[in-house]
Design a protein around this ligand. Structure first.
Ligand SMILES: *Cc1c(COP(=O)(O)O)cnc(C)c1O
Length: 463
């Protein structure tokens, strides 16, 4: 691990990190560069840029000044050394896994041969449904295999690693149950196995936790969520924390350490260094070939969102904590999962690694059958029934029917998603208005609105 002190996600960095003046007009707000292509002054310059011997913007699929600013800013907030921003969180995960665990990483010459099987990923079984779809279906089609393991059993991760394993993947705060893995423990296991640990930090944002400081090698965001915070644009980012070194085991990472024709018969680690090689492969190969590029407009939306990250997250967390506490005293609720609750299995990790809070996604298990669940969800008015998180607006989702509807029965069981599971993304409205909405929905679905009486009864039963 580098001993360098890594930067904090400070309020100043949220507003200023990564700025470099590229205009004589001195705008205070960085301009949005809406240009598909960039002009060269000579054919010589164009040739050098296209051959990737000189850095330059060529065509906005692989980068633009506005997107580059977002990359620098998120890299700094996440205490990383660089980043690539793409069209969505899903694209960020897909391209990162292809670069690390794709077929070309398994053959000595760093090229994809059809007769050589692709790599293997060890991933948390308590994960966003889209990531499960990606690994179970589309990446499986590309030959990448996956083992789903319990994020709370570090030894299971060590046991799942095979000689083909090239990545471990976990969420800093799990979706939908807001459970917290022991990131330093998983990082130690990954380091021993010499496999990079990828942490999806979407639900936390760097304001609540910086996984790079806990041992993560790559940090991924769906910037659609808390980084943007306004629910207007989709975006994704992958950050290199600067701790993964392909040259420690060059034979294991030929896609970075072998000379390939694609990159001028020079190994990527020679051209871009240990900590530029992975990002360069993601950008210059996978983003270039598949094309899930981030629009400058969307990058601007996210940059604007990041300026208020700390202020927003504080409100999100306090609202979620208040609602968790009240819901846990309601007779209609069998169980509330949020690490802020006393007695929650993740409370100790929350205290150790998340001093500012554990975010605003929480889940409940409703006490009642499917019709009660349906009526409760349909009765909410302030909470939008929508598959998003991190918006200013509060949202409710039924994971079994929505975000996690394609999971196999085994993965759904491992993820503890039932028909009674209801997920909330608590927004930034007045918390009393949110509580009133929940109370009227409980009443409308057959539960008395007098939860105070219920909580009194529960407390009396305890003494
Ligand atoms: C939403 C989400 C994603 C996917 O991001 P998109 O921007 O929707 O593609 C990935 N991981 C987590 C934890 C998410 O919540």
């Amino acid at each position: 691990m580098p001993s360098l002190r890594k930067p904090d996600c400070s309020a100043t960095a949220q507003i200023h990190a990564g700025l470099n003046s590229d205009s004589d007009l001195r705008p205070v707000q960085p301009p949005v560069y809406l240009s598909a292509a960039y002009d060269f002054t000579s054919l010589r310059d164009a040739r050098e840029a296209f051959a990737q011997r000189e850095a330059a913007f060529t065509y906005s699929r692989t980068g633009s000044p506005t997107v580059a600013l977002l990359e620098r800013r998120v890299a700094e907030l996440e205490a990383g050394v660089g980043a690539v921003a793409v069209a969505s969180g899903q694209a960020a995960i897909a391209l990162t896994l292809l670069a690390l665990a794709g077929r070309s990483g398994q053959s000595p010459d760093g090229r994809a041969h059809v007769d050589i099987p692709a790599g293997h990923v060890v991933a948390s079984a308590k994960i966003y449904g889209g990531t499960a779809d990606l690994l179970n279906d589309s990446l499986a089609e590309a030959g990448i295999s996956v083992s789903w393991v319990d994020p709370h059993q570090p030894q299971a991760w060590a046991d799942a690693v095979t000689e083909r394993t090239r990545a471990c993947l976990v969420e800093s705060i799990g979706n939908p149950h807001a459970d917290l893995p022991d990131i330093p423990a998983l990082a130690r296991i990954a380091r021993t196995a010499q496999i990079p640990l990828i942490v999806d930090n979407t639900l936390a944002s760097p304001y609540l936790v910086q996984p790079a400081k806990l041992g993560a090698d790559f940090v991924i965001h769906s910037a659609t969520k808390y980084l943007s915070g306004n629910g207007t644009a989709l975006a994704g980012v992958v950050v290199d924390a600067g701790s993964f070194s392909p040259t420690d085991q060059p034979h294991k990472w030929p896609q970075f350490t072998a000379a390939t024709a694609r990159f001028g018969d020079t190994p990527l680690v020679e051209r871009y260094g240990e900590h530029g090689a992975v990002l360069h492969l993601i950008r210059a190969k996978y983003l270039h070939d598949f094309g899930p590029c981030l629009a400058p407009w969307s990058a601007q939306q996210v940059l604007e969102g990041i300026e208020t990250l700390d202020v927003r997250l504080d409100r999100h967390c306090r609202n979620a904590e208040t609602l968790s506490e009240r819901l846990s005293n309601h007779s209609a609720v069998h169980r509330v999962r949020h690490p802020s609750l006393r007695g929650d299995p993740n409370a100790a990790l929350a205290k150790r690694d998340f001093p500012r809070g554990t975010g605003a996604v929480l889940s409940i298990e409703l006490a009642g059958g499917p019709t009660v669940v349906e009526r409760f969800i349909d009765s909410l008015t302030l909470f939008k029934l929508a598959a998003n998180i991190g918006d200013a607006r509060s949202m409710v989702a039924h994971p079994a029917s929505m975000t996690h509807c394609r999971l196999s029965p085994e993965l759904r069981a491992a993820g503890e998603i039932t028909e009674q599971t209801v997920r909330f993304s608590v927004g930034r409205e007045n918390v009393e208005d949110l509580w009133s909405d929940l109370q009227q929905a409980f009443a409308a679905s057959g539960w008395g609105s007098d939860d105070d009486a219920a909580s009194r009864l529960k407390k009396e039963a305890l003494v």
